[in-house]
Design a protein around this ligand. Structure first.
Ligand code: NZQ
Ligand code: ZN
Length: 400
């Protein structure tokens, strides 16, 4: 196990009916900007529930900013950042999924980057994003009400921002972006379309794989924890498809997705993230849902990198898929291919794509992705920093 520091200050408030806790969680005299997406927060009544809770016991001034897109758009977020300054906002409350929470984190980090005229500087905000926001030293306080379990954004300090004009979808991360608290009420997920429920399970699954499927460093806690999360997602992912109203299943999916990317299983171990980085370009170029880009890329990545990932692939086969080869009936390659095929079957059972053709794309989609990877400096990816453009190209060719 490698050296590490683990710090995560997010207070999690979990369970049905917990939105009312906002009355105690948001400072009583705060000037609060509630941010939300395209309309689900309003339609599902969650926004009203949030406002009622904020009205309770305090002299809070409430403002709203809606319209944060799935794959949150840089230019939209700058408008929210201007509103933070115009209304002297001192607390941002994100109500939504990864897009709203990521977007709100970015607003919290860049709203102080102002031009002379007081508007937020597009150039400075772009420079901040392209340098991963690591140089930002102040941010507006932020809280979250999660409405879709998927990204783990509710309990991490990162996010991903889209800038369509520049054909870019770029990650950022800064400890100042940790939410002060996140409310996880599983009943809020019951209104999700099945597609989004499946997306969430897949995104969480691949988050675990990015931090697990690398090479062994004798990290027994992280490995066992990661394998448990994967097995829960496999069983509960299929269960929620069968019984979408089962709140106990929803609770376990919600908590698993948070645990998949709150940093814990990633402590002291090598991490990959190649699948995500290629996936971001697929979303940016073809507007494919984030999670669905991952299920397209991962199986082909596993096949392309099966030599460098051999030890963990065999461990994954045994501990997650119970492929026991003690009698050596199967070759290691067969064991690995079986585990990859089981992974593909799992994605297909959730109606998720497993190759480019499932997303109506063919080989012609590959070179533009490689060009974007190069433009974004994504040329030495993976746990060994060895996945260059040629490797990314071969992964995509396998997925064609
Ligand atoms: O926009 P609204 O109307 O709210 O509708 C949303 C959106 O259309 C809808 N939705 C959310 N909660 C709902 C609901 N519909 C009905 N009932 C509810 N309770 O679902 C759609 C997808 O929402 P979105 O927030 O985009 O989904 P998700 O949580 O999967 O977030 C995806 C974004 O997160 C980024 C992705 O790149 C993508 O931009 N990620 C963030 C990460 C992080 N912060 O750590 C890591 C991830 O790997 C990922 O990259
Ligand atoms: Zn993801």
């Amino acid at each position: 196990m490698n050296n590490f520091q683990y710090y995560n200050p997010v207070r999690i408030v979990f369970g049905e009916g917990q939105i009312k806790q906002l009355a105690d969680l948001v400072p009583a005299k705060a000037r609060v900007l509630i941010t939300y997406g395209g309309g689900s927060a309003k339609r599902t009544g969650t926004l009203d529930e949030v406002k009622t809770a904020l009205d309770n016991g305090g002299e809070r001034q409430i403002f709203e900013f809606g319209g944060i897109e799935p794959n949150p758009e840089f230019t939209t977020l700058l408008k929210a950042a201007d509103m933070v300054n115009e209304q002297n906002i001192d607390f941002i409350l994100a109500v939504g999924g990864g897009s709203v929470i990521d977007g709100s984190k970015f607003v919290a980090l860049v709203s102080h980057l102002k031009e002379e005229d007081g508007t937020v500087s597009r150039e400075q905000a772009w420079d901040a994003l392209t340098s991963y926001t690591k140089n930002i030293d102040s941010a507006v306080d932020l809280g979250a009400v999660l409405t879709i379990p998927a990204t783990g954004s509710e309990m991490n300090s990162g996010g991903v921002i889209n800038y369509s004009e520049r054909q870019a979808k770029l990650p950022f991360g800064n400890p100042l972006a940790y939410p002060k608290f996140s409310i996880l009420d599983p009943t809020k997920t019951l209104t999700l379309p099945e597609r989004q429920v499946m997306n969430g399970v897949a995104d969480a699954f691949v988050h675990v794989m990015e931090q697990y499927l690398t090479y062994p460093v004798n990290a027994k806690v992280q490995d066992a924890f990661a394998e448990s999360l994967l097995k829960i997602l496999i069983t509960e992912g299929k269960a929620v498809k069968e019984n979408p109203e089962d709140l106990e299943v929803r609770k376990n999916i919600m908590w698993t997705a948070t645990m998949a990317l709150n940093g814990l299983i990633g402590t002291g171990v090598p991490q990959d993230w190649t699948t995500h980085i290629i996936g971001h370009e697929l979303t940016s170029l073809h507007s494919i849902d984030h999670a669905r880009t991952l299920t397209i890329v991962l199986p082909s990545l596993m096949r392309e990198l099966k030599d460098s990932k051999k030890d963990k692939l065999l461990q994954y086969a045994r501990n997650v898929w119970n492929i026991n080869n003690d009698d050596k009936q199967l070759s290691d390659d067969d064991v690995i291919e079986t585990a990859i095929a089981y992974t593909e079957d799992f994605f297909k059972a959730l109606d998720l794509p497993i190759n480019l053709a499932d997303a109506d794309l063919d080989e012609s989609a590959i070179e533009p992705i490689i060009k974007q990877l190069k433009a974004h400096g994504m040329t030495t990816l993976g746990e060994h920093k060895a996945n260059d453009l040629e490797v990314s190209r071969r992964i995509l060719q396998r997925a064609a």
